[in-house]
Design a protein around this ligand. Sequence first.
Ligand code: CDP
Length: 205
Amino acid sequence: MAFTVAIDGPAAAGKGTVARAVSERFGFAHLDTGLLYRATGRQTLDGTDPVEAARELSADALDADDLRTPEVAQAASRVAAIPEVRAALVDFQRAFARRSGGAVLDGRDIGTVICPEADVKLFVTANDDVRARRRLTELLGKGHDTDYDTVLADLRARDARDSARAAAPLKPADDAVTLDTTRLGIDEAVAAAIAEVERVLAKQV
Ligand code: CDP
């Protein structure tokens, strides 16, 4: 049985944590679609044409260990505004979403463009300050030399670019359930996401 959970939201809102928890709880496969754009953006830093990089993206490229850097995040957000790059990545994401056994995809346009028919749509968000603090802790934990103001500026620049672009902009689907993790702890956000999936699954049997 195919069952698709679409999770969208701005940078560092907790989408990945919620997506991983839902996939583990229900045994669904998980695709972090940001990695597709990060891997494409990463290659443009070496001079590769972005559309060519997206069309020839290999599974190995998603495993590169330097995809989580702020520099790659900015490159990802720049290539993500190019319609031909997005088009090259659509089929892979849709096939993943429809695999039997269930799938969770997190990104920016999953509930709006990639899987408008998703069974569950969540929009995970939080205010800028909370998101910047979370991402700062994550980056410092990985040994990056950065500070709060730099991280906040990076998130704001990406959110502005991701929201303003014409191709698949970041926005909640009309029928998405919003989880605001500004005050909600991550455990509560995960519990709310799981409850929503259970509610929809119960209606299907
Ligand atoms: O982890 P974080 O939320 O900071 O970013 P990410 O999900 O890894 O996404 C990196 C960048 O890829 C975003 O800033 C978007 O520009 C782009 N992206 C997108 O356009 N569409 C998606 N479905 C996923 C990511």
